[in-house]
Design a protein around this ligand. Sequence first.
Ligand SMILES: Nc1nc2c(ncn2[C@@H]2O[C@H](COP(=O)(O)OP(=O)(O)OP(=O)(O)O)[C@@H](O)[C@H]2O)c(=O)[nH]1
Length: 505
Amino acid sequence: MLFSMPVAALRWHIVLLPQRLIFQLRRLLSHLLALPFHLAHRTLVWRFCQCTDLWIATIYLAAKEREKAQKLAQQKKAAEASSRLSSGASTSKKGGSAKKSGSAAPVRSMDTRALDLSALNLNPQDAAPVVDELPPKMTIAREKILEEAAKALEGKGQKKTVSLVVIGHVDAGKSTLMGRLMYELGKMDERKRIANERASGKIGKSSFSWAWEFDGTTEERERGITMDVATQTMMTPNKQITILDAPGHKDFIPNMISGASQADCALLVVDSAVGEFEAGFQRGGQTREHLVLVRSLGVAQVVVAVNKLDQVNWNQTRYEEICNLLKPFLVQTGFQPMKTSFVPVGAMTGINLVKRDQEEAAPLEAWYNGPTLVDQLDRLEPPSRDLTAPVRFPISNVYKSQSSGTAVTGRVCSGVLQVGEKLRILPGDETAIIKSIQTEAESLQWAAAGSNVTLYLTAIDPVHLNIGSVLCPINDIIPLATTFTARVIIFDIQVPITAGASVSP
Ligand SMILES: Nc1nc2c(ncn2[C@@H]2O[C@H](COP(=O)(O)OP(=O)(O)OP(=O)(O)O)[C@@H](O)[C@H]2O)c(=O)[nH]1
């Protein structure tokens, strides 16, 4: 080992080093000889690159131009197609699950999204006034509509219509009750029930499967709460009832108010479980708050559904206790005792909604032989409607659908309106023409005071339509006022409000 090192070093210096030097010298010589060829070659390559670059750039630009032209043509075609579609009034019958303020079309609700037109799916093209094909003409004489509307109001030849807002503390079982009622009345078929049961089970929310008929949005289903008002129609023996299922959670009170403002009557749902009823009825609970709100909005009739009685073994004493706590509060809030009624129910099992012949209903049958929920709802009377007054249609929601154009929902508060009628939008100077009138179930030629309808409008830029605006006849608008009297309801204030105090909205 000691001898091998110097021998290896000696070999490196004497044998390998000269060899490497010779190799490097030969490389240098060959480079020098090849230099002229290299220069000539490089010039050629550069010249070729210049040509090809230009050529490629020309092709690229031409392709871009073609693409741009194609895009423009496509956009033009799409715009033509959409205006053709939006001009055709939707006359198809709608059925199935509840029409949610936010279902297929992005309906606006009164919460934080209220006037956010950016969420209306409008693009710059849509924002242009939609004056598509010629708007429809008014074809029915006003006298004829008034005659028909008066007959309908008296219930002659058809059922009287009533709109009903479903209110109550969060999780009282409002949507479950309404979903189950739809099933019991045959409006929800077995296939739909099974689909809802499976899908809700998949996301671990099987106890909400009945509520899915009304809680239609993904967020509502995932969170297990109602967030916006959902609408459906049901038939009782003598009435056609428009149901407005309102949210119970206090975060969505503005949406609940929007539903209540379109209703004639209310169905209050309370949870009879011990502690749960008390939570809703105490100060700050929504049982109290909702009752005060609906009464202040003019609702005078209320049916109270005492729900989840299965959780207290259908205990009669508990039912009576709840009724006795609510009765004085209802009177204090302004409901006349003869316009209030109570009914014990089990929404989940469908007990005492339409019938109570189920096996599980035996404990209730032992002490109750009164009316079912449907019997009570059938007794509701629509308030008087002002048919001859000028049309007043306050807008509850505005939305825009790809297929049918701009639409507004709400209730005809007074008067009658028909397809083809030109209406003024207040506040403002704009007008719109009614292209079609829809309810959840059908397409109409006219609608009268008390009807909850969707109006598809034409000849109007949707930016002029806002929640709270009112549609009126062009020659009979709401008179301007400089002063008004307001009744303000304040819940749970921290500091008393005194005259002259400044308040922020
Ligand atoms: N045991 C029992 N549970 C019920 C009954 N009705 C409803 N529930 C349950 O109560 C919970 C709330 O029901 P929902 O129908 O979502 O209540 P809600 O009042 O519509 O809720 P919000 O609209 O979000 O205020 C669900 O888990 C239901 O399964 C009933 O009769 N008995």
